[in-house]
Structures are given as structure tokens and as C-alpha cells.
Design a protein around this ligand. Structure first.
Ligand code: MN
Length: 433
């Protein structure tokens, strides 16, 4: 994961809003799909408050970068994701030069900028498959404790990067309303289940992981090559109906509790953009088993961790009415994942399963050891027993209709320009009557 001239904190853009932009300075250059007003969906790169259309600037580029920009011209970035790290890095380098102050092609590129505010943002790729991991060990422990006070972590947790196969068809970009699901609910105290709208609707703060090049069926991706199959990252809200989940999850895991909607931030923050924010995978606590050989790689252990701050905010109808700002529910960090992304890729494929360009992973809910960074209401309110008090005077055990959940993420490191992910928002809509 090389740091190069594209990460230079001194580099500035002729797109004025990019300089000092909290999310999208010239050092980020995340990839997405947008529609300008009256236009069709197409690939773009976020720069400050603007979006540069990739297909339109392809003729200004050359070689691999040009080929990559052409692959991003259509309504989904799968062709670009399939090209892999080389062309993606070439595109990043060329875009950084194109958008930098003093670029000779400033005049030629400027007409292909669109005001982000006026554009619609879409899913960046067609998602063939979506898999949700469970790598946030503090979340796994906290939620396990609610159900099994003496034995919060199941014995497989420290050996297996646990996951379930999720539902790709209901993944939606930030801003899409989230209809409260109906289903079978059964609180432990009730003798039988009832049917109706979920009463315990929750969010889960996760990192989304975009797969680049895939692998052939029957040909696992070795851990040492796994990072090359990861194109980038986004924010992911694994909306969860806890009352439906509690009744249905045994013996085969989550089903309707999580398949009604998954929200993601629309920009793919590339692996290259995050190079300065890689950290060693934190040492496992004394007594934990070492990862098995197929999950162990020295380079991955040295730089497979991610230092990304993850913030969850809530805006309720009551707060909106009073003109209040969203209230921060937690501030966590991706460094608390027990498994690296490369370990997830190696494990997912070790039995021969094939990944495809544009597949999406969720990291699992990221929680901190202490309560300031718990990534779900289930943990913050201890299963609904201790409501959160909000500045509007309202309180919440779980989400109510009209509540908007907002995720933000930021990577910062001394000597580098901080970058952000943009937002992942979703407002809870009433259940269908
Ligand atoms: Mn989840």
C-alpha cells in the first residue's frame, strides 16, 4: 500500500471547494455513479463540492488511466472494479494531476464538472452478492452478553471470521427511506409470536468493502493476494429488526430481520486513498489462538488494520422541529475489527467460493471496548433497558418513525490530508399498513 504524490498534503486543486474539504480533498478522489440534472447515470469522481464525469474526461488521459476512465463511463462501475489495482492506481494518479493546481488541462476538464448538490447519487456498482461479517469483537461480545451472560463469545469466534450471506437486492444508496419491516415478533416473555411492525428497529454501523477483481470458482484467494481484490470502502448501515431477529435467528442466522434494507454511502473510497491510514492489525489479547495459516500473512498483519473514525448521529422529528443539529450517539474506530479485510476475503473463498467484481462485504458492527463507540442501539440501550436521552427531551430505546440515522467517517494522520467518506443517511418510514 504505497504512499505517493497523490497523498501529498501540499497538493491543492483548481476546484476551489476541494481545498480543505472535510470529505473530498484532492487526496481522496472517491469513485461513484451519479446523474446530472436531466441526465442518465454515469461514473464520476468526487472533488470538493463537485463531481467530475469520468467517461467525459477519458480522452484527456492516456494508457491505463484512460482505459480505467472509459470503464467508468457507464451506469455501474463493475467494469472498472474488474480491472484491479493497477489501472485504478493509474486513474488516481492521472485524476490527481488533472485536478491539481497548475494542470495544463484545467480548461478542458472544467466543463465536465457538475455540482454534487444538483446531482442524484446511485449505487456505485451492480452488487451481485452481499456478505455481512461479524468482525467487531466488542459488538459480538456485547450482544452475546445480552443473550448469554456467562458465555458471550461463541467458541468459534476467534477461529472463524463469522459471516452470513446477505441480500444484495435491497442494498440502497444513502438518502433512501427505510420502511419499518413487519414480521413475526416474539419477546422472550411472550408465550407465542405475534405479527406486526417491528418494535425494536435498530441500525448497525459497519464498514462496507467493495470487491475488485474476483476469483474463479474452486480457486481460493490466498491471504497474501487478498488485498489486491479489495477495490475500496464505504459506510454501511445493516438495519436490523431485533425483535424479528431474536425469534428467527436460530438455527440458520439472520433472515427477514436484516433483508428489508441495507444503506450504503455512495462513494467508493479506494484502497489507494486509504494507504496513509493503514495500521498494524492490533495484537490479539494474551491467550487468544493465532489465526490459522490460511488467514496469516506478515504483510497483512503489518498493515491490514484501518484507522478510520466512525461516527453515528441521530436526528429525530422532535429535534428537527426544534431546529436542533443531529445528536452524536457514538464515535468508534475501524481499528477495533478482530479480523482484517484480507482475512475476510481469504476466508470467504477458502472453500472455493467465487467473488465477483462489485460484490459487497459488511465488516460487522464496529464497537469500541467502552460505551462511547457502541455501533448499535442494542448495545447503547442494553437491549432497550436503558433509553438514550436526547437534547430535545425525547428518549429512544430503538428507532421510531421519522428518525434519521446518519453515519460519517474520517481518516486522519499527522502529515497527511484528512479524508472522509461522505454520509450514509436513512430515515425510518412507517410500516406498510
Ligand atoms: Mn451486521
Amino acid at each position: 500500500m504505497a504512499v505517493d504524490a497523490t497523498h501529498d498534503p501540499a497538493r491543492r486543486s483548481w476546484v476551489a471547494s476541494a481545498n480543505g474539504h472535510p470529505d473530498f480533498p484532492i487526496q481522496n478522489l472517491p469513485l461513484g455513479v451519479f446523474s446530472p440534472p436531466g441526465g442518465t447515470p454515469r461514473g464520476g469522481v468526487a472533488i470538493g463540492d463537485m463531481i467530475l464525469e469520468l467517461g467525459a474526461v477519458a480522452p484527456l488521459l492516456s494508457g491505463e488511466a484512460r482505459r480505467a476512465a472509459e470503464a467508468a463511463a457507464g451506469p455501474a462501475l463493475n467494469p472498472l472494479l474488474a480491472l484491479g489495482a493497477g489501472p485504478r492506481r493509474a486513474l488516481r494518479g492521472a485524476l490527481s494531476d488533472l485536478l491539481a493546481e497548475g494542470s495544463a488541462q484545467h480548461e478542458a476538464a472544467a466543463p465536465h464538472l457538475h455540482e454534487a448538490e444538483a446531482c442524484a447519487l446511485h449505487l456505485p456498482a451492480r452488487i451481485g452478492d452481499y456478505t455481512d461479517f461479524f468482525a467487531g469483537i466488542h459488538h459480538a461480545t456485547n450482544t452475546g452478553r445480552l443473550f448469554r451472560p456467562d458465555n458471550p463469545l461463541l467458541p468459534n469466534y476467534k477461529y472463524v471470521p463469522v459471516a452470513y450471506h446477505g441480500r444484495a437486492s435491497s442494498v440502497r444508496p444513502s438518502g433512501t427511506g427505510v420502511r419499518r419491516p413487519r414480521g413475526q415478533r416474539k419477546p422472550p416473555s411472550d408465550p407465542a409470536p405475534s405479527f406486526g411492525p417491528s418494535r425494536n428497529l435498530d441500525y448497525e454501523m459497519e464498514l462496507g468493502i467493495w470487491i475488485g477483481p474476483g476469483n474463479a470458482l474452486g480457486e481460493p484467494i490466498p491471504i497474501g493476494e487478498a488485498a489486491q481484490h479489495v477495490a475500496g470502502f464505504c459506510l454501511l448501515n445493516d438495519w436490523s429488526a431485533r425483535d424479528i431477529q431474536g425469534w428467527e435467528y436460530q438455527p440458520l442466522g439472520p433472515f427477514l430481520a436484516k433483508n428489508f434494507c441495507t444503506s450504503i454511502s455512495p462513494w467508493i473510497v479506494t484502497s489507494e486513498a486509504l494507504a496513509p491510514f493503514r495500521i498494524p492489525q492490533p495484537q490479539r489479547p494474551e491467550g487468544d489462538p493465532a489465526p490459522m495459516d490460511y488467514l496469516m500473512d506478515a504483510t497483512d498483519q503489518a498493515e491490514g488494520g484501518l484507522d478510520i473514525a466512525l461516527e453515528v448521529l441521530l436526528l429525530t422529528p422532535g429535534m428537527r422541529e426544534k431546529g436542533m443539529r443531529p445528536h452524536r450517539l457514538s464515535l468508534g474506530n475501524a481499528r477495533h475489527l478482530y479480523w482484517t479485510v484480507a482475512q475476510m476475503v481469504a476466508h470467504h473463498t477458502v472453500g472455493g467460493c467465487n467473488l465477483m467484481p462489485g460484490d459487497l462485504f459488511g465488516s460487522g458492527t464496529v464497537s469500541t471496548p467502552g460505551p462511547d463507540g457502541f455501533g448499535s442501539l442494542l448495545e447503547i440501550t442494553e437491549g432497550g433497558r436503558r433509553p438514550v436521552a436526547l437534547p430535545s427531551g425525547e428518549e429512544r430505546r430503538f428507532l421510531e418513525d421519522g428518525d434519521e440515522v446518519i453515519f460519517r467517517a474520517r481518516a486522519e494522520r499527522e502529515g497527511f490530508a484528512p479524508i472522509g467518506f461522505g454520509e450514509c443517511r436513512g430515515t425510518v418510514l412507517p410500516a406498510q399498513s
